[in-house]
Ligand binder design. Structure first.
Ligand code: SAM
Length: 311
C-alpha cells in the first residue's frame, strides 16, 4: 500500500474509533473535493474568497512593501493559486514561487498554468502535507523567503496547532522572512451560518465527499447517503463546526475494523476558527512573528496580516 494511503487508513481508523468521532479536514481535498472547494469559493454566501481578493487587490502595493526584494514566495495550501495571481503583478522581483499542497493533481495543473502565464517566474511545486517538516528547493536556499497562507486555512487548526504551525513555518522560511496570512474574522452568526450552509448544497457535497473518498480509496463499507451535512457556529469556541451526522443507526467497516453509529451520531470533520485582528496578532507573537500591518475588506469580514519573523 502507498505511504499516503497507509496514513489515510490509520487516520480514518483512529478518527472513527475516537469519541466523539472525527476525521481530519485535510482529507477533503482529493480531485473531486478540490473541485467542489473551487465551486464553494464562487458562491454568493461564501464571502471569504471575495473579501480576501478585495483586500489583495486594493492593498497589493502595501502588502508587497512587506515582501523582501528578490524573495522566493512559499504558498501553503495553494489550491487553485487564484490569490497569488492577484499579488504577482505587484511583486515583480520574486525569484521563485513554491506552491505547497496536498491535492496532487490540482497542484500539478496549477503549476503548469502559472508557468505558462508567468514564464519568467520559476515555479517549484511541492506535494506534501504542510503540517509535516519539508525542505524548500535547493535553488531557493540563498533567497529571502516570504510565506503566503490565504483562505483562512489557518482557521482549520485548533489555536494551539495554529501557533505550532506558525512556529514551524518560521523555521522553514528562516530568519528575517515575512509571512502574509489571511484570517477570517468574527462576525454575525447568521452570516457565518449562511456561508457554510449554502442554498445550492455545495458545502454539503464537499463535506460528504470525504465519505465517498474513504469508500473508494480505502475500500471501506460506508454509505455516504446514510449521513447528512451539519454546520453551525459554536459561539463559545468562536468557530464554525462541520459534521457528518448519521441519519440512521449503522455500522461502518474499514480494513477489518467495525464502527457503530447511533442514529444522529456525528463525525466532526472541520473547525473554522474566527479571530479578531488583535487575537490573531497575539497568537502570531507567541509563535515568533511580529505583526507589521493588517488590512480588512470594506465590510470588515476578512483580514490579511503581514508578519515578520523575529527569529
Ligand atoms: C481552504 S482551501 C484554500 C485554498 C486557497 N489557498 C484559497 O485561499 O482559496 C485549503 C487548501 O489547503 C490544502 N490543504 C489542506 N490541508 C493541507 C495540508 N495538511 N497540507 C497541505 N495542503 C493542505 C487544500 O488542498 C486546499 O488547497
Amino acid at each position: 500500500m502507498h505511504d499516503d494511503t497507509t496514513r489515510f487508513m490509520a487516520d480514518v481508523i483512529e478518527g472513527l474509533g475516537a469519541s466523539p468521532k472525527r476525521l481530519p479536514p485535510k482529507y477533503f481535498y482529493d480531485a473531486a473535493g478540490s473541485a467542489l472547494f473551487l465551486d464553494i469559493t464562487r458562491l454568493d454566501e461564501y464571502y471569504v474568497t471575495r473579501a480576501e481578493l478585495e483586500i489583495l487587490g486594493r492593498y497589493a502595493t502595501d502588502i508587497a512593501s512587506h515582501v523582501p526584494a528578490g524573495a522566493v514566495l512559499v504558498e501553503f495550501g495553494s489550491g487553485a493559486s487564484t490569490k497569488i495571481r492577484k499579488l504577482l503583478d505587484a511583486l515583480p522581483r520574486l525569484t521563485g514561487y513554491v506552491p505547497v499542497d496536498i491535492s496532487v493533481e490540482l497542484l500539478a495543473q496549477e503549476a503548469d498554468e502559472l508557468h505558462r502565464d508567468f514564464p519568467a517566474l520559476p515555479v517549484w511545486p511541492i506535494a506534501t502535507d504542510f503540517t509535516t517538516e519539508f525542505a524548500l528547493p535547493a535553488a531557493a536556499t540563498h533567497s529571502p523567503k516570504v510565506g503566503f497562507f490565504p483562505g483562512s486555512t489557518i482557521g482549520n487548526f485548533e489555536p494551539h496547532e495554529a501557533e505550532h504551525f506558525l512556529a514551524c513555518a518560521a523555521h522553514t522560511l528562516g530568519p528575517g522572512s515575512a509571512f502574509i496570512v489571511g484570517v477570517d474574522l468574527e462576525k454575525s452568526p447568521a452570516t457565518l451560518h449562511a456561508a457554510y450552509n449554502d442554498a445550492a448544497g455545495i458545502t454539503a457535497r464537499f463535506n460528504l465527499n470525504m465519505l465517498t473518498r474513504i469508500r473508494r480509496e480505502l475500500d471501506a463499507h460506508i454509505d455516504p447517503q446514510g449521513f447528512r451535512h451539519h454546520a453551525f457556529y459554536n459561539t463559545d469556541a468562536r468557530r464554525i463546526e462541520m459534521h457528518l451526522v448519521a441519519t440512521r443507526a449503522q455500522t461502518v467497516h474499514v480494513d477489518g475494523h467495525s464502527f457503530q453509529f447511533a442514529d444522529g451520531e456525528s463525525i466532526h470533520t472541520e473547525n473554522s476558527y474566527k479571530y479578531t485582528p488583535a487575537r490573531f496578532a497575539e497568537l502570531a507573537a507567541r509563535a515568533g512573528w511580529q505583526t507589521e500591518a493588517s488590512w480588512t475588506d470594506a465590510q470588515g469580514l476578512m483580514s490579511v496580516h503581514a508578519l515578520r519573523c523575529r527569529c
